[in-house]
Design a protein around this ligand. Structure first.
Ligand SMILES: C[S@@+](CC[C@H](N)C(=O)[O-])C[C@H]1O[C@@H](n2cnc3c(N)ncnc32)[C@H](O)[C@@H]1O
Length: 409
């Protein structure tokens, strides 16, 4: 016999009555959340492939943790879990190897003080003046008979010429310079995230999950206008977050490879949607955004788990289902040392198709967890939103994903 928090007696490995009741309540939820509103607080600040809807972490955090606990998302992406943890009065820890993910997560979870709001509003006014000065409708598109030109830094010429119209490059360079000049960090990060948010739309990249070129009609000044409206919405969202979140709850975000066993504080619950084989290639989708933010996409590419590149490689370098399971064994081994006793790990994960064969990733992950002493307490199917796109078109035939809940024994 062992005793859990609250003094309830339990057989080794079994759930306490409270834990069993929480799992029963979780099983009763309709995890498809068909009519849920997903864009509240800062959740719509930036698009992110395979971002999960906030209702998923919200329900898990409420059932499996208490006020004041620390919630970790070890593949935090755009920070959905972190925002929900804060609004539910928990501390949050986020880890992601993608520098864009950590920028977005920080921007979405940082309440601004008055100095930051003042700097933000001055920046918005400076951008408004810039829009007016080059707006074709106001008639001053060409200064001194020359197109608008910025003297500011921009990414390498091949990237600019291949992916952007020349006038878009000038406007992005000018905006980047204005955001970089901001005197306070939190507002600066918010502006950088807002700028990154519009980059795919004003580039020739087909979409957020297709790295192929197609022409789009982006008129002069469109980039500036888009940025301004993105930023106006971000300012409203962050004001809402600031009014809601108490500053006694902290959020720490780390730009690290989870396979390097990051030395974070301990946590009480993990809620995450991990990358899985062949589904997404974040280093590719985010290449143009990372270039404008001044990051090296290749550094992230080398450590990205599950990327299409690793699973479609030829010869001995090709990753397999075993590669993925080995990585998760390593992750669970690390988690054992960070997660409190009897803490839960919740993962939302779909299947993959590898060499034409369907791979049950939830089973691979559950077995990796079992090897490190994590016991499965629930596996629940949920429908994948029909609008969600993946790199591999064959993945489109897979209509459900699983919510897997494990508990540290
Ligand atoms: C499915 S996404 C998470 C999306 C997130 N739930 C959200 O709502 O935005 C998976 C994340 O895993 C990250 N990732 C991939 N390999 C990683 C690694 N080795 N270490 C840390 N993060 C990694 C990717 O950058 C991506 O952001």
């Amino acid at each position: 016999m062992a005793f859990a928090r609250g003094g309830e007696a339990l057989a080794d490995g079994a759930g306490t009555p409270n834990e069993n009741a929480a799992v029963a309540r979780l099983r009763a939820i309709n995890w498809d959340f068909p009519d849920a509103k997903t864009g509240y607080l800062t959740h719509s600040l930036h698009p992110y492939p395979a971002k999960f809807i906030p209702q998923i972490p919200n329900a898990l955090i409420q059932e499996l943790s208490s006020v004041g606990d620390t919630i970790a998302d070890i593949f935090c992406g755009s920070g959905t879990t972190l925002v929900e943890a804060l609004q539910l009065k928990r501390h949050a820890i986020g880890i992601d190897a993608n520098p864009l993910a950590t920028l977005i997560s920080q921007a979405k979870t940082t309440a601004l003080d008055e100095a930051n709001f003042t700097a933000l509003s001055a920046h918005q006014n400076a951008c408004r003046r810039l829009v007016q000065s080059i707006d074709p409708h106001i008639g001053d598109l060409f200064h001194d008979g020359r197109p608008f030109q910025s003297s500011a830094w921009r990414p390498a010429r091949q990237i600019c010429e291949f992916w952007f119209e020349p006038h878009v490059v000038e406007e992005l360079a000018e905006l980047r310079q204005l955001t970089d000049a901001m005197p306070v960090e939190a507002a600066k990060r918010l502006c950088q995230a807002a700028l990154s948010a519009i980059i795919v739309a004003v580039s020739k990249q087909d979409s957020d999950t297709r790295y192929v070129r197609r022409d789009k009609a982006v008129a002069p000044a469109d980039t500036l206008r888009r940025y301004l409206s993105q930023l106006d919405a971000a300012a409203v969202a962050v004001r809402e977050l600031t009014d809601l979140v108490e500053d006694r709850f902290s959020c720490q975000v780390f730009n690290l490879d989870v396979l390097d066993a990051p030395d974070t504080e301990a946590f009480d619950l993990v809620v995450t949607s991990p990358p899985y084989p062949n589904a997404y290639s974040y280093h590719l989708y985010h290449r143009t955004r990372l270039a404008w933010l001044g990051h090296d996409p290749d550094q992230f590419k080398r450590v990205e788990i599950g990327s299409h590149r690793k699973y479609s490689a030829t010869g001995r370098n090709r990753a397999t289902a075993e590669t993925f399971q080995r990585e998760f064994k390593q992750i669970f081994h690390w988690l054992r040392g960070r997660l409190r006793p009897r803490g839960h790990v919740c993962l939302v994960i779909g299947d993959s198709t590898l060499k034409g064969k369907r791979i049950d990733n939830a089973s691979l992950v559950a077995a990796a967890g079992a090897a490190a002493g994590f016991r499965e307490t629930a596996r629940i199917d949920r429908a994948i939103a029909p609008t969600r796109k993946a790199f591999n078109p064959r993945i489109g035939k897979i209509k459900t994903e699983k919510l897997l809940i494990l508990r540290k024994a």
